[in-house]
Design a protein around this ligand. Sequence first.
Ligand SMILES: Cc1cc2nc3c(=O)[nH]c(=O)nc-3n(C[C@H](O)[C@H](O)[C@H](O)COP(=O)(O)O)c2cc1C
Length: 352
Amino acid sequence: MQVNLSSAWRIGPVEIPTRVVLAPMAGVSVQAFRRQGRRFGAGLVCSEMVSCAGLEHRNERTLGYLRIASDEHPLAVQIFGSNPATMAEAARMVEDAGADLIDINFGCPVKKVTKTGAGATLLEDPDRAEAIVRAVSRAVSVPVTVKMRRGLENGSRACLALGPRLVDAGAASLTLHPRSARQMYTGEADHSLTAELVELVDVPVVASGDITSRARAQVVLATTGAEAVMVGRAAQGNPWAIREIAGESRGDPAREEVVAELLLFVRETVRELGERRATSFLKKFYGWYLGSGRFPRAFKQELTQLETLAQVEERLLSKAPGAAFLLARLEQEHAPAAETELDLPISIYGGG
Ligand SMILES: Cc1cc2nc3c(=O)[nH]c(=O)nc-3n(C[C@H](O)[C@H](O)[C@H](O)COP(=O)(O)O)c2cc1C
């Protein structure tokens, strides 16, 4: 049976207008990325993982992740940590910042995170994982969701033992990226586990991993019974993939459209992170936007060597002069949206 990807579904009281969820990605999922994702048809967008210890210590950069614009909703903010009480306190701050959902990270395979007992480590520390979900669910009134990998080691089925326990503890939805932590991003996501998880729990399951086209999304939804698909790497520098997967494909974008979207992204990121941080943050995006044969490799490299973003803008417009008009239109139609006022004792606005 074909699932209509542009139909609505729910996590608790939160209505999500399409079956495409934009993945949380550290170093990628800034507000500009999330707003763009919503504009291209993602029904739900997620912040990158936010450290609960950073929130506890009121770290300025960490608090910056709590900036939420009015046109991002519905939005999940993802937190990570290993202490139930600290996670509960972080969740309260995230709820106050205006998140519609609190997502808990039980999947991060990076050593810096796993060695603290957080992220994927919790897949094999079920009592603690359950205590975290219970503490967070009790602390907030918005739905709490969990994103998992399959387990730590290749072939692990830890997620299947843990999933139902997390639902009993209060999780309103589970997202599964069925690779092991050891696999990182190698091999393939084994969505037969997603199908097994769907059978075991009575909350919506989101399938994450290797969703790169509408055809793939349809197969995964049909064979797993998942409620929605999550799109990560395929959307990096390619919001058109989201549109295609959500079912509104208008074919490949023209060069001018690609450049206009990239320039809008550059400008929004500067507003969000400040010029200095944005300059290095953006370098990886040039390859993503301009790759796949859209522009010659040498041009992408040239952009990463330029010192200022004004130079980047000038070079891009010289290659696609028609983009200036499209950019002006995009800026007019998608002016920066109002942000939730945060009652926090620091100046996190204006980047830096
Ligand atoms: C650069 C990068 C950063 C990521 N950061 C996070 C993160 O902060 N939290 C999380 O739960 N998953 C994170 N992931 C995993 C993705 O959300 C997703 O589950 C995974 O990439 C598989 O989906 P894909 O094949 O569509 O990329 C990250 C993935 C990438 C590539």
